[in-house]
Design a protein around this ligand. Structure first.
Ligand SMILES: *Cc1c(COP(=O)(O)O)cnc(C)c1O
Length: 461
């Protein structure tokens, strides 16, 4: 399998180089070429365990010997608290795909456990070290820290805005005391953190000297790890319901999770609808409705992990939409960076893509949906999942089961749960343990030079 850039100006890379590189040098995103067709293997796969399906899928995309790959898969799922890793549970007319059994209780654990293990394997084989630098408003940072902690060849530096992330998320990061983990509370906003991160990555001398690595959702390994649960849940539900097609509803921010569903579709999983659900930050639902992709202001919501305006993974989808023509894609992306707006013509049926459904779940919809599922089915949805479920209800079809991705555990968002149901989500032992744990964190000014000095002093060499 080769990885090419959406912008067409990077020579093809193997999987390991693609993972280490992250973003392609020409500014594009790396994509697999060709996309494998697994249609004639689906029957056989429908009887496999989650780990076995993972192995069959990953084998198609990576250049790692089978036995090592099996170990790596085993290690990536070991920290999950559910035997099935990502079980699909029937709730009312829906199937809820629970992706929150990892160490930080959100679906990002699945991808970041894998990414850390891929890094580890590659670094070990090539006798290299990596200093991972990330800026986070909460979720990605804690999942990355839990993936990387305790590894010898990696140090991780995670900047978060001082006193501006949710207390639980802060604790999930700062309670990890392993010596290779450095939490930096930056006296500023999330934008300040991101600004410092970009400046350091753009300084190529610094980046090379300290072998800086990234864990952004543009990394192909993250999308790859997320492909698996579309297949496992899709095949399981198709079989149990004796259906010929299945629908997925995905609460969306950076377009990473739903993009994995799009690849699963392209590989031959019979997905008949991918329902894209956003909160009030609706750049993507507007795009699928109108063809206009235009940046707005980020507004804070009760589903904060979807508070995103520019979706970093969207470029991969747009590349396919532009018939895999990297010149057209490059022109569009340059136009977007100049004007914050692009427009793609609608098809004859007035849609951008009939595979996709789209919709917005605002605060009121989210709270009412949480309340409804709690009262009618005694099932608690977290606010992100509730956005997806609300929009999914507009796309129900009797013959095609609807699988809703549950991206976080409700216990992570007690305030929204109380507001919706009048009651708290109850105790969760992982959260109780974190809230009472000792923490370590360095407070630094929002000053690039200070962060640079800190990394120089604490990097792994
Ligand atoms: C990151 C996140 C999302 C959005 O996923 P994308 O891949 O960015 O679209 C949704 N829900 C939760 C809980 C998340 O952490």
């Amino acid at each position: 399998m080769k990885y090419i850039s959406t912008r067409g100006r990077t020579k093809p890379l193997g999987f390991q180089d693609a993972v280490i590189t992250g973003l392609a040098p020409d500014g594009g995103l790396l994509i697999p070429e060709p996309i494998p067709d697994v249609t004639d293997r689906l029957d056989e796969w429908s009887t496999l365990s989650y780990q076995e399906i993972t192995f069959e899928i990953l084998k198609l995309f990576v250049d790692i010997p089978d036995e090592r790959l099996k170990k790596l898969i085993h290690r990536s799922y070991a920290p999950f608290s559910h035997r099935e890793i990502a079980p699909a549970t029937p709730v009312g007319q829906l199937q809820i795909l629970e992706l929150f059994y990892g160490p930080t209780l959100a679906f990002k654990d699945i991808a970041l456990q894998f990414l850390s293990n891929f890094f580890d394997y590659i670094l070990d084989r090539t006798d290299r070290q990596l200093n991972i630098l990330a800026a986070t408003s909460g979720d990605t940072g804690s999942a990355a820290i839990h993936g990387v902690k305790g590894r010898e060849r990696m140090h991780i530096f995670v900047m978060h805005p001082h006193e501006r992330v949710a207390p639980l998320q802060e604790k999930q990061m700062t309670s990890v005391l392993d010596p290779n983990v450095f939490n930096l509370a930056i006296k500023g906003t999330f934008d300040d953190c991101q600004h410092i991160m970009k400046a350091l990555f753009q300084d190529l001398d610094f980046k090379t000297a300290y072998s800086l690595g990234a864990v952004n959702s543009v990394n192909w390994a993250r999308v790859l790890a997320q492909l698996v649960y579309y297949f496992s849940a899709g095949l399981y539900v198709l079989k149990r319901k004796n259906a010929s097609g299945v629908r997925f509803a995905v609460p969306t921010g950076n377009f990473g999770d739903i993009l994995a569903g799009y690849y699963a579709y392209r590989m031959g999983l019979p997905i008949t609808k991918l329902v894209l659900a956003t909160n009030e930050n609706d750049i993507l639902s507007r795009f699928f409705n109108t063809g206009i992709y235009q940046q707005g202001e980020v507004v804070p919501t009760i589903s904060p992990s979807m508070d995103i305006q520019v979706a970093s993974n969207f470029e991969r989808y747009l590349y396919y939409k532009m018939n895999e023509d990297s010149d057209t894609l490059r022109t569009l992306m340059e136009q977007f960076s100049d004007t914050q707006k692009i427009q793609v013509p609608l098809g004859p049926d007035g849609k951008i893509d009939t595979l996709f459904g789209e919709g917005i779940g605002d605060k009121d919809h989210t709270l009412k949906t949480i309340k409804k599922y709690y009262e009618q089915h005694n099932y608690l949805l977290d606010p992100h999942t509730a956005v997806g479920v609300y929009v999914a209800e507009q796309y129900l079809n009797e013959k095609e089961p609807m699988i809703c991705l549950a991206t976080a555990h409700p216990a992570k968002f007690p305030r929204a749960i109380i507001e919706a149901t009048g009651k708290g989500p109850g105790h969760h032992q992982v959260i109780d343990a974190v809230m009472n744990a000792p923490t370590r964190c360095k407070v630094l000014p929002a000053d690039e030079q200070v962060v640079r000095d800190f990394i120089e002093k604490h990097s792994v060499q």
